[in-house]
Design a binder for this molecule. Structure first.
Ligand SMILES: NC(=O)c1ncn([C@@H]2O[C@H](COP(=O)(O)O)[C@@H](O)[C@H]2O)c1NC=O
Length: 529
């Protein structure tokens, strides 16, 4: 049985239960001021670190555990006689278990009224030092930084009198990841401060983008390959993915997700999530672009309409719904080749329909009320660096829209325009999206020229046998000349939505008036690359 444990925690969750179990196992418990007080108050036998070291806690707690009697007791290698002799020579007892969690630096500095002095005082020094000592010596010492691991440690001690090496190694890795993140948070905070010499009592102004940008991710899985088979790849997620984000998926069945599956699933999910849950929507993605998007009274209707936009491209698509998938919709989807199917829930009938199609990857992602943007920062790798931006989370409000033509859109046209605008945000630039009746009719994506996107969108509608007569069209950025507008009008569009803001806006507005269509400006652009 281990002899001695040191417990020093800011977050006191579960610590009393842990200490009680340790005491019952005959483990001597050392603790720092606040933790010792709590445990003693509960009648749990505890020795204050200050009594153990013979040195008082000092400097307002800045120095509590930074003492050879603590670090010697943690760091000594039990397999080296010289180390054990040195402990004996200096009267240092072994510390076999360390339980520490740190001053809440992130919580403190995320409060709007956190002064510089308060931030600095929330930088834990003794805690990380002990954690690193114990994690380094994991061959002999167990170290716990997360209250969620208390139970496994107690269970192993009860069963075997000591923790297993595998557990100690796992816990040590967790500790170094934790202290690295802790220091990253401190670096992000300090290097964002604009003042050269911030005043202690003042809340320092901080730039949104710090000089040193640290981000931590944890691996979900190594992938079979990357975008192409000769590339290696892995999927990492945020340490705490935002509610409703793709990384929260639960795979209910199907083959392993590939790199491209995950990228396309994200595009499908982010797009479909922009439709409220009381408006069943379906998005079909191919190569990162929507090839069909629709809303309907039911999931089945939404899917049937989305599929009609481009049933050829939908083959092997990634399909997402914003509402639970029921049997009727599942039955219809099952008739096509689908790579990945995503929904907030699946009825038993829907599950049963896909159970036989073992290759289809079925992902369930909870959509809690009030979910927001999926990422705090959008990251894009470029040679030798990284571009960081806030995500394109803007949804244009009705009062921001400006009708600039003599012809006003009817309420039905306005609904189609808003639908088209929502979809255009998720189409690679240059994006031209024809819509009508709550569905996409033709999608032109990823062209270097807007006019080509417009032509492609209308060709695709024609190929699908869909008429663009009376359609609404969205352009993700302004029409630089009237030529693009003429193409969409020739195709049959009777109303158009785009950001405006070109030097030649007037030329384009005049063209719209000449063609007798309605034009709405959003003032917001949605480039997507
Ligand atoms: N200075 C030290 O020697 C020191 N040793 C442990 N701590 C921290 O003190 C906290 C616990 O303090 P208390 O038991 O007094 O509530 C823990 O978060 C621990 O990480 C220290 N505090 C900060 O650096």
């Amino acid at each position: 049985m281990i002899q001695r444990a040191l417990i020093s925690v800011s977050d006191k969750t579960g610590v009393a239960e842990l200490a009680r179990e340790l005491a019952a196992l005959g483990v001597e418990i050392l603790s720092t001021g606040g933790t010792a007080k709590l445990l003693a108050g509960l009648g749990i036998p505890v020795v204050e670190v200050a009594d153990h070291t013979g040195f008082p806690e000092m400097l307002d707690g800045r120095v509590k555990t930074l003492h050879p009697k603590i670090h010697g007791g943690i760091l000594a290698r039990r397999d080296l006689p010289e180390h054990m002799a040195a402990l004996d020579a200096h009267g240092i007892g072994r510390i076999d278990l360390l339980v520490v969690n740190l001053y809440p630096f992130v919580e403190a500095t995320s409060k709007a009224d956190c002064t510089f002095e308060n931030a600095i005082e929330n930088i834990d020094i003794g805690g990380p030092t002990m954690l690193r000592s114990a994690a380094k010596n994991h061959r002999d010492v167990a170290v716990v930084v997360d209250p969620a691991d208390y139970a496994v440690v107690v269970a192993e001690l009860k069963a075997a009198g000591e923790t297993s090496f595998a557990t100690r190694f796992r816990l040590a890795k967790k500790v170094f990841a934790h202290t690295a993140q802790y220091d990253s948070a401190i670096t992000n905070y300090l290097t964002a401060i604009e003042a050269e010499a911030p005043e202690a009592g003042v809340v320092p102004a901080r730039e949104q983008y710090p000089q040193v940008f640290n981000q931590a991710f944890e691996k979900v899985q190594t992938l079979r390959y990357g975008e192409n088979p000769h590339q290696t790849a892995a999927f990492y997620r945020d340490l705490a993915p935002a509610a409703g984000a793709l990384a929260n998926y639960v795979q209910l069945q199907g083959k392993e997700l590939s790199y491209n599956n995950i990228a396309d699933a994200d595009a499908a999910w982010e797009c479909v999530k922009t439709f409220p849950a009381n408006e069943p929507a379906c998005v079909i993605i191919k190569h990162a672009n929507p090839c069909g998007v629709a809303v309907g009274a039911t999931a089945l209707e939404a899917y049937s309409k989305a599929f009609k936009t481009d049933s050829t491209s939908a083959f092997g698509g990634i399909i997402a719904f914003n509402v639970p998938l029921d049997g009727a919709a599942a039955e219809a989807v099952s008739k096509q080749f689908v790579e990945v199917l995503i929904a907030p829930a699946f009825t038993p009938e829907a599950r049963a329909i896909f159970a036989a199609k073992t290759n289809v990857r079925v992902l369930e992602i909870a959509l809690p009320a009030g979910f927001g943007t999926s990422v705090a920062y959008d990251l894009k790798r470029v040679g030798g660096g990284i571009l960081v931006q806030s995500p394109d989370a803007k949804n244009v409000a009705a009062e921001e829209l400006k009708v600039v033509t003599k012809v006003q859109p009817t309420p039905a046209q306005m609904a189609d325009l808003m639908f088209a605008w929502k979809v255009a945000k998720f189409v690679k630039s240059n994006a031209i999206v024809f819509c009508g009746g709550g569905m996409t009719l033709g999608v032109g994506a990823g062209q270097m020229s807007r006019i080509d996107s417009a032509r492609i969108a209308s060709i695709k509608a024609e190929n699908a046998g869909l008429t663009l007569k009376g359609s609404a069209v969205a352009s993700d950025a302004f029409f630089p000349f009237r030529d693009g507008l003429d193409v969409v009008c020739d195709a049959g569009a009777t109303c158009v939505i785009h950001p405006g803001g070109s030097m030649r806006d007037q030329e384009v507005i005049d063209a719209a008036n000449e063609r007798g269509i309605a034009m709405v400006l959003t003032g917001t652009r949605h480039f997507r690359h």
